[in-house]
Design a protein around this ligand. Structure first.
Ligand code: SF4
Ligand code: SF4
Length: 174
């Protein structure tokens, strides 16, 4: 004996369901046009959601006072990254007081889970998660952020300087 009930002949017609769905959508659209303040959705991109200042968005590599990159290529961020999406190539620095620096620093943001472990692991405040969250793009290659993108993209207006420099100067009484 079959337990599957055959649908009634009337239920085999899709048209009533489609018309009911279209009527519901039309009703909601007209309601929203006249009650825009009560809408639960935003008119993106004209309106944007305001995230908390603690929001962990796109990465930023901070810079020193002279504008050079702050990262010392210690690899702690890459070691702690659970998605293994940070790739750093270290090089010797011309300045004998600086041990090394990253000649290449790349983050594959398509693999990144935005956990913030890299930011937490960095001992010199060289990487931060900023408030930017709009990461749309067409080509996959656009999602591998290099030093230029991480430290000097136009939105950062010349780079984000770490407050650690000021704290060190304050400690030395300069
Ligand atoms: S936010 Fe997390 S997943 Fe993304 S680069 Fe940093 S440590 Fe890796
Ligand atoms: S960003 Fe920070 S943790 Fe990562 S390599 Fe540079 S100095 Fe080390």
């Amino acid at each position: 004996m079959s337990l599957v009930k055959r649908p009634s002949p009337a239920a085999q017609w899709y048209l009533p369901g489609i018309l009911a769905g279209m009527w519901f959508t039309l009703k909601k659209m007209i309601y929203n046009i006249f009650n825009q303040k009560k809408m639960v959705t935003l008119n993106y991109p004209e309106e944007k959601y305001e995230y908390s200042p603690r929001f962990k968005g796109n990465h930023v590599l901070t810079v020193k006072k002279d504008g050079s990159i702050r990262c010392t290529a210690c690899m702690l961020c890459a070691t702690n990254c659970p998605a293994q999406c940070i790739k750093i190539t270290a090089a010797e620095h011309d300045d004998p007081t600086v041990e090394k620096y990253p000649i290449a620093y790349e983050i594959d943001v398509l693999r990144c889970v935005y956990c913030g472990f890299c930011e937490e692991a960095c001992p010199v405040d060289a990487i931060r998660m900023g408030p930017e969250w709009q990461t749309a793009g067409l080509a996959g290659s656009k999602f591998t952020y290099d030093i230029q993108q991480l430290a000097y993209r136009p939105q950062l207006k010349g780079g984000v300087q770490s407050v650690l420099d000021d704290q060190e100067r304050h400690k030395k009484g300069i």
